[in-house]
Design a protein around this ligand. Structure first.
Ligand SMILES: C=C1C[C@]23C[C@H]1CC[C@H]2[C@@]12CCC[C@@](C)(C(=O)O1)[C@H]2[C@@H]3C(=O)O
Ligand SMILES: O=C(O)CCC(=O)C(=O)O
Ligand SMILES: [Fe+2]
Length: 382
């Protein structure tokens, strides 16, 4: 049996048991966490109330449009995923993360692997370590992946795989409906939506990733950070969170730049727009800069279901959205965008609060005075 340190080559993946920690070590103490005030985003918070969209509401598309333009995120209700299933998923995730570190380390993500257990991918860009553990999974490869953690494929394995498969089926169907709702929200007509679907096979070819997050209790939550602020890179993410708030959405002033705490609404999912969706919608729908904080008394679990384009699809502004205007971004694939974002992080210096999520998008935006970009249209753009 190799020692845990040999099982993971990622230098950030310290073999450090967060669950048992009595204090926050320097390696996990972040600077600048309190630069902006944190405000409540619950119903009744006025301007700061996180928008709520009820999918059953006949005016849902308008609500999606407003939220996507102004926030890049919203709480989703009436989505049809049973609350009881969400509870089973959460319990299963909690059980998985509660396994001994040595079990989890068998599934450790190595270097550039997209899938596996460990810290989130962006951890590599920062010198401080987040107060969380993550696990990225391909929903189409669940069983072989989870066998790494449960090699004997016993009861816990079958149960967890079963509940995740049931959940995945629901999420896949919901994601297709949500994509359609987004296209309606963009103002596309029925025939235009059918055209976009026929031409780009958007829903059919979308790639899916499930990312599990576990934020253990933290003895000094003001110094630690669960998930460093970022924008998701894909089209959009559907987020399930435990009944413990922790997700913060960044909002620019006036009155002041601030973090809005998303309330934990039973049964609701959070929808976050990602950078490639901002590109696809020619900047009309904005990606949301967000982070997750930790707390002293309660652990927190979240699951992000990411939807994005197929890896080989070039994503540029939809011509139906650009209309007679100009495309604001050049077309590129998801993997290409990840490389741009890596450069953006490198340019900004690892620990600076520099991006507010914008820099990588700026790097792929087309300067109106530069005619080059006009030729730069690709598969999902023209
Ligand atoms: C499909 C995705 C989306 C990824 C990369 C890959 C698998 C894991 C996702 C996350 C999850 C945690 C935040 C993030 C920023 C990270 O570091 O890993 C996400 C990233 C992205 O949205 O870019
Ligand atoms: O835990 C959360 O609420 C946020 C997680 C997140 O941003 C992510 O997984 O991309
Ligand atoms: Fe995220």
């Amino acid at each position: 049996m190799p020692t845990p340190s040999k099982l993971n080559k990622d230098p950030h993946n310290h073999y450090f048991d967060l669950g048992a920690a009595r204090q926050v070590p320097e390696t996990h103490a972040w600077e600048g966490l309190h630069e902006h005030p944190v405000v409540d985003g619950g119903v009744g918070a006025g301007e700061d109330a996180v928008p709520v969209v009820d999918m059953q509401d006949p005016h849902a598309a308008e609500a999606v449009a407003r939220a996507s333009e102004q926030w890049g995120a919203f709480l989703l209700q009436g989505h049809g995923v049973p609350r009881e299933l969400l509870a089973r998923v959460e319990a299963g995730i909690a059980g998985m993360f509660a396994l001994p570190k040595t079990d989890k380390m068998r599934a450790a993500r190595q270097g550039g692997d997209p899938y596996g257990y460990g810290l989130p991918h962006i951890a590599l860009y920062f010198s401080k370590t987040m107060w969380s553990e993550g696990y990225s999974l391909s929903p189409t490869n669940l069983r072989p992946e989870l066998r790494k953690i449960w090699p004997d494929a016993g009861h816990d394995y079958s149960q967890f795989c079963g509940v995740m498969e049931e959940f995945h089926k629901e999420m896949r169907a919901l994601a297709d409906k949500l994509m359609e709702l987004f296209l309606v929200a963009l103002g596309l007509t029925g025939p235009q939506i059918a055209g976009v679907e026929a031409e780009h096979k958007l829903t059919e070819t979308m790639s899916e990733t499930i990312h599990l997050n576990w934020y253990p209790k933290c003895p000094d939550p003001k110094r630690a950070l669960g998930m460093k602020a970022h924008t998701d890179s894909g089209f959009f993410a559907l987020l399930m969170q435990s009944q413990v708030p922790g997700l913060h959405l960044f909002r620019h002033g006036p009155p002041a730049d601030r973090w809005v705490e998303v309330p934990a609404v039973p049964g609701a999912l959070v929808v976050n727009i990602g950078d490639l969706f901002q590109i696809l919608t020619n900047g009309r729908f904005r990606s949301v800069y967000h982070r997750a904080v930790v707390n002293r008394d309660r652990e927190r679990i979240s699951l992000a279901y990411f939807l994005g384009p197929a890896a080989n699809a070039k994503v540029g502004p939809l011509k139906e959205v650009v209309g007679g205007g100009r495309p604001a971004y050049r077309a590129l694939t998801w993997p290409e965008y990840i490389i741009v974002r890596k450069e953006a992080f490198a340019n900004g210096g690892a620990d600076l609060e520099f991006t507010k999520g914008g820099t990588a998008l700026e790097m792929v935006s087309i300067n109106p005075d530069d005619d080059d970009g006009m030729d730069d249209q690709g598969d999902i753009s023209s």
